[in-house]
Design a protein around this ligand. Structure first.
Ligand code: URA
Length: 234
């Protein structure tokens, strides 16, 4: 991390600890945009590891009762592209890694079909995470209180990674990230939205595509729009 940046974090941490010592539990902070961070040498992996530590053996919501592993997210902290799903499934819960079941295999195939500046992407080039970090029982949708307990973590992952583009996978990730419960995935997909200055491309969840393979071409067309926007980067 650059010295100036590290100094800002130290000062911020000290200020927050000061308020915490005074007994303040929450601060009303209005963040219009998150300041840009340099991509290289920025210590993003370290910041992500710190965040993971902070989550600890989380018991903030009832999903902790049935989970085997917390699925924090994985990939390149300096990634240009970030994929966000809704929450771990059975295989992810067992392995503690996002998108490693059948839907994950399809997502991996999609990523590997994508290329930026004539270079094919791999999973290691992107960052993959979920809105909730623990598996909802029977793969049901995460509930409002569970999302509310967890959303701060995906927000901070985004803040650290600061990708050029976010791809949301499915309805829950889209509605949660944008705080727009009225959005429908069929109408929203293929159109860019914005989250704190970062373009967001919603597309279908890969589990939906496994059930409806005829719609795979639509997700591919969404991915092409993403590649076009990222095209200028090496
Ligand atoms: N579905 C999700 O939304 N996320 C995963 O990690 C796996 C399946």
């Amino acid at each position: 991390m650059e010295d100036s940046q590290s100094k800002i974090y130290d000062e911020l941490r000290a200020a927050l600890q000061f308020y915490q010592a005074l007994g303040v539990e929450a601060l009303p902070v209005l963040l219009q945009t998150v300041p840009d961070r340099p991509r290289e040498g920025s210590g993003k992996a370290e910041l992500l590891a710190q965040l993971r530590e902070e989550i600890g053996d989380c018991k903030r919501c009832k999903l902790s009762e049935g989970r085997k592993n917390i699925v924090f997210g994985e990939g390149d902290g300096g990634a240009l592209l970030m994929f966000i799903g809704e929450g771990p499934g059975r295989e992810e819960d067992i392995q503690g890694r996002p998108f490693v079941g059948d839907a994950g295999l399809l997502l991996t195939k999609l990523i590997e079909k994508m290329s930026v500046a004539e270079k094919n992407l791999t999973r290691a080039d992107v960052y993959i995470a979920n809105v909730v970090k623990c598996r909802p029982p029977m793969n049901r949708d995460p509930e409002e209180d569970e999302i509310a307990s967890c959303r701060g973590f995906i927000e901070r992952q985004i803040e650290i990674i600061r990708p050029e583009i976010i791809v949301t996978l499915g309805r829950i990730a889209l509605q949660t990230l944008l705080k727009r419960p009225e959005l429908r995935i069929t109408a929203a997909r293929g159109n860019f939205f914005e989250y704190r200055g970062i373009p967001v491309m919603p597309t279908f969840h890969p589990a939906y595509l496994l059930r409806n393979p005829k719609d795979k071409w639509l997700t591919w067309s969404d991915a092409q729009k993403v590649m076009e926007r990222l095209g200028g980067h090496d």
